[in-house]
Design a protein around this ligand. Structure first.
Ligand SMILES: [Zn+2]
Ligand SMILES: [Zn+2]
Length: 151
């Protein structure tokens, strides 16, 4: 079977629910009672469960990234700012955030995950990443941008 980020997110939310249940149970023992003291171990377990839930969420995000189809447009953009790169001597610099990239091959296809479906006036559909959509928004008229559902 194919593992999807949704599977991992479902497990994470079960771990979160379990964390909340354990914490509620610990809190239900009266303060200063012998039960309360002995429940410290259970409280520790709740902390581990909370950590586990966070790790599962992180795994879901990583998996979504590797399973995503790459954008593939043959020019480079800043993933956050779009068409803001200036290049010199093989190094591209974003004019907004000053991040730099070393492109060994100019025009190497974009590896960012596809997050948008873009439909131009003629009805042609292109899938692209956040950075490329930013550039396209600035340039295009009569174009529809649809945010894709996260898997
Ligand atoms: Zn930038
Ligand atoms: Zn792209």
């Amino acid at each position: 079977m194919t593992v999807t980020p949704a599977h991992l997110r479902a497990l994470a939310s079960r771990a979160e629910a379990l964390t909340a249940e354990v914490r509620a149970l610990c809190d239900s023992a009266p303060n200063g009672s012998p039960e309360r003291e002995h429940l410290a171990v259970a409280g520790q377990a709740a902390n581990w469960l909370a950590r586990g839930a966070e790790d599962l969420q992180r795994a879901a995000t990583d998996l979504a990234r590797i399973q995503a189809q790459p954008c593939g447009l043959p020019w480079s953009v800043c993933p956050e700012h779009g068409n803001t790169l200036s290049s010199s001597a093989g190094v591209s610099t974003c004019r907004v955030c000053r991040r730099t990239w070393n492109y060994s091959r100019p025009g190497e296809p974009c590896k960012e995950p596809v997050t948008w479906k873009v439909i131009d006036r003629a009805g042609t559909e292109t899938r692209m990443c956040d950075g490329h959509v930013l550039g396209a928004r600035a340039a295009a008229q009569g174009v529809t941008f649809l945010r894709l559902e996260q898997p």
